[in-house]
Write a protein that binds this ligand. Structure first.
Ligand code: S3P
Length: 180
């Protein structure tokens, strides 16, 4: 089984993904980390030196490679992964795969991302909190179409990581996970 987490930058895909994987004794895979390892560069450097198109091609090919492995896993996507090429369809058509949207409201995302924007090439040059809020509002509007095709949506705006994990485990029929 593969539990795949999508959602906007800063929604907590990696943190939540690691916790679920630990509960279930599943392998945790962070797609951004896999891309960085393959390219031997950080994500900002890939964007700066090789360009976003190269990043998206690598992302698509590593997504396919990862889904094709036999293992049980929790896979944290990048914020843009389901929104490019055939990635979303590929995930949805893949057997024994559940796609979960970690949804977070604009306020919470802006608060979190304003502090953490330097490592995120799409927003690293946004100077003010208001400008960032504006950018995120428009960007999520474009991306919601893809995120909302997930099998299940979890509202993460106010819930604690523990509550989010429990909700996902219940939804995937894994409540009372192997080491809980
Ligand atoms: C991106 C999100 C990032 C990373 C890249 C592009 C996006 O991942 O893949 O900077 O298009 O939203 P996180 O969502 O893990 O920050």
């Amino acid at each position: 089984m593969k539990i795949v987490l999508c959602g906007y930058m800063g929604a907590g895909k990696s943190l939540i993904g690691k916790k679920i994987a630990k509960k279930l004794s599943f392998h945790f895979v962070d797609l951004d980390k896999k891309i960085a390892d393959r390219e031997q560069l950080g994500i900002p450097e890939i964007f700066a030196e090789k360009g976003e198109i190269h990043f998206r091609k690598t992302e698509a090919s590593l997504l396919r490679e990862t889904l094709n492995s036999e293992e049980n896993m929790v896979l944290a996507l990048g914020g843009g992964t389901p929104c490019y090429g055939q990635n979303l369809q590929w995930i949805k058509d893949h057997p024994e795969t559940i796609l979960i949207y970690l949804k977070m409201n604009l306020q919470a995302l802006t608060d979190r991302l304003f502090e953490e924007r330097k490592n995120r090439p799409l927003i690293s040059n946004v100077d003010t909190r208001d400008a960032l809020e504006d950018f995120i509002r428009k960007h999520i509007f474009e991306r919601r179409y893809y995120y909302l095709q997930s099998d299940y949506t979890v509202d993460c705006s106010t819930a604690s990581p523990g509550e989010i994990v429990m909700e996902i485990l219940a939804e995937t029929g894994r409540a009372g996970g192997e080491d809980s």
